[in-house]
Design a protein. Structure first.
Length: 96
């Protein structure tokens, strides 16, 4: 079992279809693979546009994994769960 806490940020713009889909998908993925061991902050760039600079966000939705390091980003609605899991490194050695 993992001991580290995963720190994730999902950058969205309002309540668009893609934003809602990305949020739904990342919640499913996290509950299946990181239950109780993650934080997920939703950043709506309509409300806080200056925060896009913090993680150099150029497209939305974008998921940013800050911890465990190194930082990783995935752009899109996160509907391909296998690619998201590999891209985030949830499977040891899958995307290192």
């Amino acid at each position: 079992m993992r001991s580290e806490i995963w720190v994730l940020f999902l950058y969205v713009v309002g309540k668009s279809h893609a934003s809602k889909l990305a949020l739904s998908n990342i919640r499913i993925i996290c509950e299946e693979h990181l239950a109780g061991q993650y934080t997920l902050e939703i950043v709506d760039l309509l409300e806080e546009p200056a925060l896009a600079e913090r993680d150099q966000i150029f497209a939305v939705p974008t998921l940013v994994r800050r911890q465990p390091g190194p930082t990783r980003k995935i752009i899109g609605d996160l509907s391909n769960h296998g690619k998201v899991i590999a891209g985030l490194g949830m499977i040891p050695g899958a995307a290192n």
